[in-house]
Write a protein that binds this ligand. Structure first.
Ligand SMILES: C[S@@+](CC[C@H](N)C(=O)[O-])C[C@H]1O[C@@H](n2cnc3c(N)ncnc32)[C@H](O)[C@@H]1O
Length: 276
């Protein structure tokens, strides 16, 4: 397990990330100028269909202002900032990658959201929070990096209140072997995909009831086709975060989706009472 976590950490090592972001964001104006979450969407929503997928998941999960949300594998914080600015809630993000957490804090300060959005470096397997602390747990494009799903989902269940929501949006196995490298893994050594059915089964076994389960593979294919037709988003985009080979990683994900090797699952679960 330690080897796998080290491999995932290496993949998201992003040396000098905050400095690169500062340089890239000078395109939007001077350092002191406040940015909007929408301006950052091309570089801080690290999942298929970007900010549109985040907005849809927020609607399906019913996220609202009085809720306390935990974003597990928060990346550079785009989904967390979107939720706080759109729904008015408080969001805590945790991520394995220290450079991503530093970058997430920097981008959050640039958007003026630091009072409601915070980040910590931590593993999804050992969330540094008391049991029953959150109303919503959020997991977008992270489970593919997690070898022990039972442990992941049990840990998420532990930190949720009874009746709380678990909202997930992840890449799932489709009808073939994926081609690597992809945005979450340069080889299969750090990629742990399950089918949609096996994902739901693992989540339910951890103490959840399924409320919504949606196959978003076709929507993802349409998004890939649109990207291919229009070209990559204008800079700054996720290439700033992941480096010069991001176009290749992203193209492989597109091919995997279009060929049905991979699919996309959107799901919302309710935390059931745990056995005592
Ligand atoms: C593809 S990015 C998605 C980031 C973010 N959820 C988003 O959609 O913008 C995957 C993220 O999961 C994090 N991650 C992977 N394994 C993790 C683990 N075991 N614990 C915490 N974070 C993890 C990575 O560091 C990375 O930031």
């Amino acid at each position: 397990m330690t080897d796998v976590l080290d491999g995932v950490r290496d993949h998201y090592a992003a040396t000098g990330l905050t400095g690169r972001l500062k340089t890239a964001l000078s395109a939007f104006g001077p350092e002191g100028q406040r940015l909007t979450p929408q301006q950052l969407a091309a570089l801080d929503q690290f999942h298929t269909r970007g900010i549109a997928a985040t907005a849809e998941l927020a609607r399906l999960a019913g996220v609202s202002a009085e809720m306390s949300v935990l974003d597990v594998g928060s990346g550079v914080g785009g989904p967390a900032r979107f939720l706080a600015s759109t729904c008015g809630c408080r969001v805590t993000g945790v991520d394995l990658s220290a450079p991503f957490v530093e970058a997430a804090r920097y981008l959050t300060a640039r958007t003026g959201l630091s009072e409601r959005v915070s980040f910590e470096t931590a593993s999804a397997f050992e969330l540094p929070f008391d049991a029953g602390r959150f109303d919503v747990a959020w997991l977008q494009h992270v489970a593919m990096n997690i070898p022990d799903r039972a442990r992941l989902y049990r840990e998420i269940r532990r930190v949720l209140k009874v009746g709380g929501r678990f909202a997930t949006y992840d890449v799932v196995l489709g009808g073939g072997e994926p081609l690597y490298p992809v945005p979450w893994a340069r080889t299969s050594a750090t990629s742990f995909l399950l089918s949609a059915a096996a994902t739901r089964e693992a989540v339910e076994a951890a103490g959840f009831r399924t409320l919504v389960s949606q196959d978003d593979s076709e929507a993802a294919k349409a998004w890939v086709a649109q990207l291919r037709a229009s070209g990559p988003p204008p800079s700054p985009n996720l290439g700033v975060v992941m480096g010069p080979d991001f176009a290749q990683l992203s193209a492989n994900l597109g091919r995997n989706l279009l060929e049905g090797r991979l699919g996309i699952l959107t799901a919302v679960f309710e935390a059931a009472p745990t056995a005592t």
